[in-house]
Design a protein around this ligand. Structure first.
Ligand SMILES: CC(C)(COP(=O)(O)OP(=O)(O)OC[C@H]1O[C@@H](n2cnc3c(N)ncnc32)[C@H](O)[C@@H]1OP(=O)(O)O)[C@@H](O)C(=O)NCCC(=O)NCCS
Length: 146
């Protein structure tokens, strides 16, 4: 595979490309419209992308909720690039960024089928599963104190 570049988005155009890639992976399969992939917390969040051949093939968002707590969301790897370790690299990179911000804990909402993926990264399940967009989810958490 050509070289993989994992880094934050650099400008508004890249952010728009990210939204489209996010929609393709997380919303289009649910029959949801373009625009449904974004929320009111995009500004000020850290948007990380994995670029391959100048194309965004994976993305994820880190948002600071308090001095010590961060939230990871919209983790998306294009289907043809899944199961090659790219999601793992992306989240490890996001964890390092969260540590640089002195965050102590990371939380996320995992689709039930992705639990194993996050467990391998050290996250553990919290509370009970719940329904979101018709898909069972569960909160997961990771302590990232050095
Ligand atoms: C879930 C996702 C982010 C994982 O990224 P990835 O690059 O495919 O994952 P990696 O290759 O780093 O996988 C590492 C491990 O997670 C497991 N895994 C990855 N995707 C999985 C899935 N959809 N279901 C079950 N296990 C999965 C793999 O089996 C692998 O474990 P292994 O090495 O023992 O086989 C990606 O597959 C994806 O975008 N899926 C569709 C959207 C989604 O479900 N996003 C998560 C929202 S919470």
């Amino acid at each position: 595979m050509p070289q993989l570049d994992i880094r934050p988005v650099r400008n508004k155009q890249e952010l728009e490309e990210l939204f489209y890639q996010r929609w393709l992976v997380l919303r289009s399969p649910l029959g949801m419209e373009i625009g449904s992939e974004r929320d009111n917390h995009e500004e000020g969040a850290l948007h990380l992308i994995a670029m391959c051949d100048r194309k965004i093939i994976a993305s994820a968002r880190l948002r600071q909720l308090s001095l010590e707590l961060g939230s990871i969301s919209y983790v998306a790897v294009l289907p043809e690039f899944q199961n090659r370790g790219i999601g793992t690299k992306l989240i490890k990179n996001l964890i390092a960024k969260a540590q640089q911000k002195n965050l102590k804990t990371l939380r996320l909402m995992s689709r039930i089928n992705a639990i194993k993926f996050y467990q391998k990264l050290g996250f553990s399940e919290q509370e009970n599963p719940f329904d979101y967009l018709g898909i069972p989810h569960i909160f997961m958490q990771l302590d990232i104190q050095p």
